[in-house]
Write a protein that binds this ligand. Sequence first.
Ligand SMILES: [Zn+2]
Ligand SMILES: [Zn+2]
Length: 342
Amino acid sequence: MKAMLLSRLGSLANNRRPLRLSDLPQPEPGAADLLVRVSACAVCHTELDEIEGRSPPPHLPIVLGHQVVGRVEGMGNQVSAFEMGDRVGVAWIYSACGRCKFCLQGKENLCPEFRATGRDVHGGYAQYMTVPSAFAYPIPDDFADVQAAPLLCAGAIGYRSLKLAELQDGQNLGLTGFGASGHLVLMMVRHRYPNAKVFVFARSARERAFAQDLGAVWAGPTEEEAPSKLDSIIDTTPAWKPVVQALKNLEPGGRLVVNAIRKEDLDKDYLLEVDYPTHLWMEKEIKSVANVARSDVREFLALAAEIPIKPAVQEFGLSEANQALAELRKGSIRGAKVLRID
Ligand SMILES: [Zn+2]
Ligand SMILES: [Zn+2]
């Protein structure tokens, strides 16, 4: 099968083509696994963290990709929940132990044995992959394959971020960074909390215009002060400046939710700008979002079908994955980038 393979970690600034189109043997499903013929795999900022070593794959070479849509083309003899030809999705959570205190409380996203699709095991930048059937999801009919793919990470983690933000209807929510996840969160908020106001901080004028098209009441540059204080803010940027700038916009008791698997170190010095009375005093909180649980993916897919959310997507071929990643890194984004795989 064809796959885009990562063999060596390093900065994308030095190597603009980190993935190589390769021929790999088609994977064999284990007894509880599905064999999925991949049709679409969305591109995520986490892939940049994997390639550049901030969240390194434990083994190389590896096939990246954790927002996968495809059809069941084979299965082990213990699988009963799916049939051949079923359309399924695979998300960032590839497996968890099911026995630890986190798993038993439904917090499988915190499991010490958490394995991530496309980092710890081969993912969806390929024609085929296998997945434990308990970690695959039926995809609602409402979505085309390329539309469903970005829902599986950007959407599911956006959903988890919004849960952790504990937004109430009528409150003010900030979004700092407005990429794939931010635009889906904005759509969710407008449906679920019709009286909430959304304020968007984004570095590019195009992203700000996109946010306002989608219903943000205000959009401004990252360092700007919002016209109202915000009850919670979700940060989806890779940088530190937006974190510090967001804190000054929070209401007393407000919470900043950081949705990033790793932050880049480029502007880490900016943290020295933290002024305790301006940024943290008055019981302001900072909380990170780690991974997703299966319940986040299932609940979000149902919500996305109900709204319905049809993400704006930009399509690439499998062999164009390097270009999709380069464009994502530059921040030239309007919606989600998706590899279409035949
Ligand atoms: Zn992701
Ligand atoms: Zn566990």
